[in-house]
Design a protein around this ligand. Structure first.
Ligand code: GAR
Length: 206
């Protein structure tokens, strides 16, 4: 199968990035990570990517102009590396419309709740404080609204009686590491389409 070139955007730990890299290398996703981009030089995930021999770029947003200007620099870096699909993996920035249009329908994000519940920051804390009995994670296509685009994969995680933000986050994270490769494998395999907001996986690839 052809190998799709992925660009992974991170801001921190990068455990989802790592799950994506390992799924590609293990043949579970027909792709390879061509570059890892971080808006934070201190992102721990950068170190792991470097150790793995994956090209990395640090493009800080602070002091580098408007959102559009910063996004244009990120898109330019992705294009330099021949990136075809973009994976946001703990990238804590809202994308400009220009960025979304540069990769139409080819940007994925992971969020630690069952969207549309609890978008934005601290999703696991929001879920605990609201008192839901089930939360989880969502992989979705990205549009210009925060945590909003069409849903590709969701994995539920029960909220347990003794849960804290730390314990719930850890169990959700385990599911994130399965959900992201699963979503990539579904979409990169072709044979899907959008019906309104619905990602349909039963479309004849033609
Ligand atoms: C993950 O839990 C991810 O779902 C979340 O940040 C964490 C990043 O962890 N993303 C968001 O909240 C985006 N709204 P990681 O750096 O170890 O992948």
């Amino acid at each position: 199968m052809e190998t799709t070139r992925l660009g992974v955007l991170i801001s921190g730990r990068g455990s989802n990035m790592r799950a994506i890299v390992e799924a590609c290398r293990g043949g579970r996703v027909p792709a390879a990570v061509a570059v890892v981009v971080s808006n934070k030089a201190s992102a721990a995930g950068l170190e792991w990517a470097r150790e793995q021999g994956i090209p990395t770029r640090v493009l800080p947003h602070r002091g580098h102009g408007s959102r559009e200007e910063h996004d244009a620099a990120v898109v330019a870096a992705l294009r330099e590396h021949g990136v075809e699909w973009v994976c946001l993996a703990g990238y804590m920035r809202l994308l400009s419309a220009d960025f979304v249009e540069a990769y139409p329908g080819r940007i994925l994000n992971i969020h630690p709740s069952l969207l549309p519940a609890f978008p934005g920051l601290d999703a696991q804390r929001q879920a605990l404080e609201y008192g839901v009995k089930v939360s989880g994670c969502t992989v979705h296509l990205v549009d210009a609204e925060l945590d909003h685009g069409p849903i590709v994969v969701q994995r539920p995680v029960p909220v347990l009686e003794g849960d804290s933000v730390v314990t719930l986050s850890a169990r959700i994270l385990e599911q994130e590491h399965l959900a992201y490769p699963e979503a990539l494998a579904l979409l990169l395999g072709g044979g899907w389409g959008l019906e309104g907001r619905r990602v349909r996986l039963d479309v004849d690839p033609g």
